[in-house]
Design a protein around this ligand. Structure first.
Ligand SMILES: NC(=O)c1ccc[n+]([C@@H]2O[C@H](COP(=O)([O-])OP(=O)(O)OC[C@H]3O[C@@H](n4cnc5c(N)ncnc54)[C@H](O)[C@@H]3O)[C@@H](O)[C@H]2O)c1
Ligand SMILES: [Zn+2]
Ligand SMILES: [Zn+2]
Length: 380
């Protein structure tokens, strides 16, 4: 089958790889209809992870079940499904309490909990930027979707970024009437803004410097804040008459940068500590890593960031972090899409055949040509 393979920094290629197949009784094989490129893939693409050459990429997958193992009895051949990016066993302590992103059994990598498709350090699993994908523990992991092709682009957001954005607002405890600051207007930040309104927020600020992304934020009623036009904290403080916001969401990650493009991994955390009012809460879904050999400073190479913990404590703030447990939210978010109340597909900017994945990675990485979210369709 054809698949998108990592070949070193700034290089992915579509090559022939061995067919995905049933390896364990609880597996399914999915024929991929839509698979997205994620901001998380860019950390690998830019050579900022330890991912090995030859890895098949892609953790945002959906499609139709092609084959099931002998132990699978809920999911049937022909079902249209969304595949959560977390690979979870369904029966360990963390899975049992709903934390499928921290499954204790599926990632054999030393010191890591939680597994994913096609990702550095997340276990030996191939990704779904391919014609077919092997899904372990299929009955537990797969989410069924209505048959056909309706809502394809909206449903494509259910495997990762819609639940991830929603998780950011859950960690930040966004509730009715709250004001919210979301840092990052990439796909995850835009999904967090959309989710904050679904949860009843009264005003949502979205901070970025990419004009097309800020316009998308505006299109869902958020208030865009351009950090290239001045300190985003001051801009939000002014707009809230010095009060700050009730809740903050971090949707940027460790490659946060200033307007000139220089990286400062602590920058967004510091801004959130300043802009969230005392006793408020912060949800961090942007990724931070324990080892970043490409970081500018020696401490940051070991994941040690000099962020303002002192003020964080003095203000009595709370912070939640980590990979999102997609299964905790994807069923409800699917039903909001079907009911017409959620429209996460609004961020899709490019739809490409699998063969054009290298161009998709390049444009998304350079944030050119209005490139906000790239969907690959291996079957078209
Ligand atoms: N926790 C999870 O489960 C999970 C899941 C998916 C993605 N992620 C992570 O979420 C983050 C965002 O993902 P994405 O797909 O939206 O990525 P993206 O790279 O497309 O978006 C990041 C955005 O942040 C902006 N940005 C950079 N510096 C900034 C600053 N100082 N202030 C405000 N904005 C700034 C960039 O301009 C960009 O638009 C990544 O770190 C990704 O790895 C986490
Ligand atoms: Zn993703
Ligand atoms: Zn588990």
């Amino acid at each position: 089958m054809k698949a998108v393979v990592y070949q070193g920094p700034m290089k992915v290629a579509v090559t022939e790889v061995p067919d995905a197949k049933i390896e364990q009784p609880l597996d399914a094989v999915i024929r991929i209809t839509t698979t997205n490129i994620c901001g998380s893939d860019l950390h690998m693409y830019e050579g900022r992870t330890s991912v090995e050459n030859g890895k098949v990429l892609g953790h945002e997958n959906m499609g139709v079940v092609e084959e099931v193992g002998p132990g699978v009895d809920r999911i049937k051949v022909g079902d249209r499904v969304s595949v959560p990016f977390n690979i979870s066993c369904g029966c360990c302590e963390n899975c049992n309490s709903g934390w499928t992103s921290f499954c204790l059994r599926t990632n054999p990598t030393e010191g890591m909990v939680g597994a994913a498709y096609g990702y550095a350090n997340m276990g030996p699993y191939d990704g779904g930027q391919a014609e077919f994908l092997r899904v372990p523990y299929a009955d537990f992991n797969l989410l069924q979707l209505p048959a056909g092709s309706q809502f394809e682009n909206d449903f494509a957001m259910l495997s990762d970024i819609f639940p991830t954005g929603y998780h950011g607002t859950e960690l930040a405890e966004v509730g009715p009437g709250d004001t919210v600051a979301v840092f990052g207007a990439g796909p995850v930040g835009l999904m967090a803004a959309h989710s904050a309104f679904l949860r009843g927020a009264s005003q949502v600020f979205v901070v970025d410097k990419e004009k097309d992304r800020l316009n998308l934020a505006k299109s869902v009623d958020a208030t865009p804040i351009d950090f290239a036009q001045g300190d985003p904290v001051e801009q939000i403080m002014q707009a809230t008459k010095g009060k700050g916001v009730d809740r903050g969401v971090e949707a940027v990650g460790y490659q946060a940068h200033d307007p000139s493009g220089e990286e400062h991994p602590e920058l967004v955390l510091d801004n959130l500590v300043k802009v969230v009012r005392a006793t408020g809460a912060i949800g961090v879904v942007g990724v931070y890593v324990p080892e970043d050999p490409g970081a500018a400073s020696a401490p940051a190479k070991e994941g040690r960031l000099g962020w303002d913990y002192g003020t964080f404590f003095s203000k009595g703030l709370r912070m939640g972090t980590g990979q999102a447990p997609v299964k905790r939210y994807n069923r409800q978010l699917r039903d909001l899409i079907i009911a017409g109340r959620a429209t996460p597909g609004f961020i899709v900017s490019h739809e490409l055949p699998l063969s054009q994945a290298p161009q998709g990675y390049d444009k998304f990485d350079r944030r050119v040509d209005g490139c906000t979210k790239v969907l690959l369709h291996p079957d078209r």
